[in-house]
Design a binder for this molecule. Structure first.
Ligand code: GLA
Length: 411
């Protein structure tokens, strides 16, 4: 009898160990897939800033087409993200119901359309029981919702924090992260709890990007009582978080307002330049169907995008803070460096910058004393001198000079 019991015990032990090994291996494979989903900051478009709840499948398909036709796709934009208001309830089994009026063909058909254009679909939900617009959230349905998203072909989830009912943010986001990791489809996870619990301290490995502030407003510098913030307010909030950003885990400086009409051209250039210096996700938030030349030239500036998407994944540091004038520097993967002179004032900054003075302290790879670097203006798309002589430039009020330094080729 004792012998049989021992055999049964050994069999059970072997099965359990095997199962543990199998699931353990599976888990680490899932973690590894998840971990590599956003090696560079995600780029795409989100419906919220421009359209709020006025969304439907026709609009989303037109935006998809415009993303391709405008050259945005070619410039690197990938995700078409449907924000709040696509969901209307749950059925008897608890499955989330897509608004049949706005999306008569359902989410799968839309995903198929977006995929057929070589782009990816993003969707929105909330860690609370209701979304910020009072639609059903995912609290209590995380695993069911994640499986549903995977079935539809969703590639990206933005997950909000309204009606959170006092949950612990880290636990709430970990639950959805776990659900996404085993849902059967790689899904980028965008944490949107507005920086309240300092997600940069716990969210690496949980999500790929985390919001750092309240919602952006289409203004250069502004703060609203109810939480909206402008471009400079966000830059200041993200500035000191540079140690937390890197491949697969990004400080989300909020979606872009470029092209929505509230700022001047120079201010939008500053907005886009600084987001790229900060290695922030680039989520356009305007109507891509009716962009003017000025807007597309900003959003699809490949030289600036290359700084954002640099594989080193470093967030720029505010290297010099002279009050109204700042110098930001971002080391790049090939030993180059992006430098952005930011003029916070509303009047011109007559820059006369001696490169030998201080830039070499920042980037160990860049040795201004030993080598000569070409200074390339990333907005004018031309070389404007070298580090051997001062860079003289007139930077407009609220504007920037954004340059890339690369080792000068010998003649
Ligand atoms: C919150 C988010 C926004 C947007 C809205 C939608 O305010 O921070 O980005 O998703 O909800 O209701």
């Amino acid at each position: 009898m004792k012998k049989y019991l021992t055999i049964i015990y050994l069999c059970l032990l072997a099965t359990t160990t095997k199962a543990q090994m199998f699931f353990g291996a599976n888990q680490s494979k899932q973690d590894s897939i998840f971990e590599h989903l956003a090696a560079t900051p995600p780029m795409g478009w989100n419906s919220w800033n421009k359209f709020g709840c006025n969304i439907n499948e026709k609009l989303l398909m037109e935006i998809t087409d415009a993303m391709v036709a405008s050259g945005m796709k070619e410039a690197g934009y990938e995700y078409i993200v449907i924000d709040d208001c696509w969901q209307v309830g749950r059925d008897k089994e608890g499955n989330i119901i897509v608004d049949p009026k706005s999306f008569p063909n359902g989410m799968k058909a839309l995903a198929d359309y977006i995929h057929s254009k070589g782009l990816k679909l993003g969707i929105y939900s909330c860690a609370g029981s209701l979304t910020c617009q009072g639609r059903p959230g995912s609290r209590g349905y995380q695993f069911q919702d994640a499986r549903q998203y995977a079935k539809w072909g969703v590639d990206y989830l933005k997950y909000d924090w309204c009606s959170n009912e006092g949950q612990n943010a880290e636990a709430a986001y970990r639950t959805m992260s776990d659900a996404l990791k085993i849902c059967g489809r790689p899904i980028v996870f965008s944490i949107c709890e507005w920086g309240e619990s300092q997600p940069w301290k716990w969210a690496k490995g949980v999500g790929h990007l985390w919001r750092t502030t309240a919602d952006i407003r289409d203004c250069y510098q502004c703060k609203f009582d109810w939480g909206g913030v402008g471009v400079l307010d966000i830059v200041d909030a993200v500035a000191d978080l540079y140690t937390y950003a890197g491949p697969g885990h990004w400080n989300d400086a909020e979606m872009l307002e470029v092209g929505n009409g509230g700022m001047t051209r120079d201010e939008y250039i500053t907005h886009f330049s600084m987001w790229s210096m900060l290695a922030a996700p680039l989520m356009a938030g305007n109507d891509l169907r009716s962009m003017n030349k000025e807007t597309i030239e900003i959003l699809a500036n490949k030289e600036v995008i290359a700084v954002d998407q640099d594989s080193l994944g470093q967030q720029a540091r505010r290297f010099m803070d002279m009050g109204d004038h700042e110098i930001w520097a971002k080391p790049l993967s090939n030993g180059e460096i992006a430098v952005c002179f930011l003029n916070r004032t509303d009047h011109e900054w007559k820059l006369d910058y001696n490169w030998k003075k201080d830039i070499m302290y920042f980037a160990s790879d860049v040795n201004i004393y030993k080598n000569e670097y070409t200074v390339r203006d990333l907005w004018k798309h031309k070389d404007i001198g070298t580090t051997a002589s001062n860079t003289k430039y007139s930077i407009p009020g609220h504007g920037v000079l954004m340059v890339r330094l690369s080792l000068k080729k010998r003649a």
